[in-house]
Design a protein around this ligand. Structure first.
Ligand code: ZN
Length: 412
């Protein structure tokens, strides 16, 4: 039986959202948390974008060191030869890529405006796949942008050409959130049956159906005989109305009526990290978690009406579909209500040692403390908000990697 895998695109689709962004250290922590949850691949950034180069290389080093294992770190670029060449020039160690090109008549007419035909789309894509393979890519996904408004026969042709040239997965992008569960099921099933390729399902929430469409598309791919790779973002952060929320999608796959009996994850999922990653992404993006968000919202396990409160006290299963402990909730959280010492861009050594001492981090000597403090100052310059414990601990544990992440200079 084919399996379900998660490809989280927070560090790509999430950060290209208008008005939002993440520091390179924040992106790195997201990768670490995604790995802990059991996500198959993090689409960790843009290898043709110069200010990403050192961040991407540093994260590939973390993979090499075993810190970011077994998660795949995949870059997103356009499916054109020039972009593939630039990606390998700027990020030589990149091994996993998704190559994206628009496939719909709307985009070919409305965006390329006569500069590209359908044959050009396929030619550009296969040349990009060939180049990526020759430069050392180990896995390649080809993304059909606006797939939901693309003629299915053309998508099959596109997928078969990609497969013939060695691509591993076909990403079905519902770029505008136009599909519904019924249409996406038919589309992904047809694509799986006719291309024999693993299908990625990339859904947006413009009609409020990103999660529903993701599991319907998954069912389609698996019923069509292929593995399904669901694209998600943490807290659903993504362009316009956002993407399929990671935690909600995992819950839908594992808890919805009868689904998990037949459709299973290819990697073990550790939902107990859900609370941590949702809270961190909320803080890092500066976007509060809606109180009614599945699993991690403030009201997800709150009861006040008499009948519900009585029922849940007698047996939680009366009014809760899953337990808060499963999502890593329920532990008391320490909130400082008195004096606070914070490590920031203008901190000195005494305050910094106090902050680190509270986390039981000590230093061999003053020199080492000063070196780490300098990194913390730079991290704060980039994020412009107090660093969380895990960021401080990361810097203390991997100062050389942190130094690379924090080096932002215009490259030649
Ligand atoms: Zn998208």
């Amino acid at each position: 039986m084919p399996k379900i895998y998660f490809i989280d695109v927070t560090n790509r689709d999430g950060v290209q959202t208008a008005k939002l962004g993440l520091s390179k250290l924040e992106k790195t922590l997201i990768n670490i948390y995604l790995n802990e949850i059991g996500v198959f691949q993090s689409e960790f950034g843009f290898p043709t974008t110069k200010h990403e180069s050192l961040y991407l290389q540093a994260n590939l080093e973390l993979a090499e060191m075993g810190v970011l294992q077994p998660i795949h770190l995949g870059g997103w670029i356009r499916a054109i030869v020039g972009d593939v060449e630039t990606a390998f020039k700027l990020v030589p160690d990149i091994r996993h890529l998704n190559l994206s090109i628009s496939t719909s008549a709307q985009m070919i007419d409305g965006k390329f405006q006569g500069r590209k035909t359908r044959d050009d789309i396929i030619r550009d894509m296969v040349e990009a796949v060939d180049t990526a393979r020759s430069l050392g890519a180990e896995t390649i996904g080809v993304n059909a942008e606006d797939a939901s408004r693309t003629d299915l026969d053309f998508l099959i042709k596109f997928g078969l050409a990609a497969k013939e040239h060695g691509a591993d997965r076909l990403r079905y992008c519902d770029t505008l959130g136009y599909d519904n569960p019924f249409t996406i099921y038919e589309a992904t099933k047809t694509l799986a049956e006719n291309t024999g390729m693993a299908i990625e399902i990339h859904c947006h929430g413009d009609l409020g159906m990103a999660v529903a469409n993701s599991i319907a598309g998954t069912k389609g791919a698996i019923d069509g005989g292929q593995d399904a790779y669901i694209n998600t973002t943490v807290n659903g952060i993504g362009e316009r109305a956002g993407n399929a929320d990671l935690v909600a999608t995992i819950l839908a796959v594992t808890k919805s009526k009868g689904f998990a009996d037949k459709y299973k994850s290819g990697r073990p999922i550790d939902l107990s990290k859900a609370w941590k990653i949702a809270k961190f992404a909320s803080y890092a993006f500066g976007v509060p978690i809606p109180m009614n968000q599945p699993g991690v919202g403030a009201n997800a396990f709150a009861h006040s009406s008499g009948i519900h409160a009585d029922g849940v006290l007698k047996d939680p299963e009366n009014y809760e579909l899953y337990g808060f402990e499963e999502l890593g909730r329920g532990e008391p959280e320490f909130v400082e209500t008195g004096r606070e010492i914070i490590a920031g861009q203008y901190s000195g050594i005494s305050g910094f040692c106090h902050v680190m001492g509270k986390m039981e981090v000590s230093f061999a000597n003053r020199e080492e403390a000063n070196e780490l403090l300098e990194l913390v100052r730079y991290a704060n310059v980039e994020s412009q908000k107090p660093l969380v414990e895990d960021e401080l601990l990361f810097i203390a544990k991997y100062p050389q990697i942190a130094r690379k992440l924090l080096t932002l200079k215009p490259l030649e």
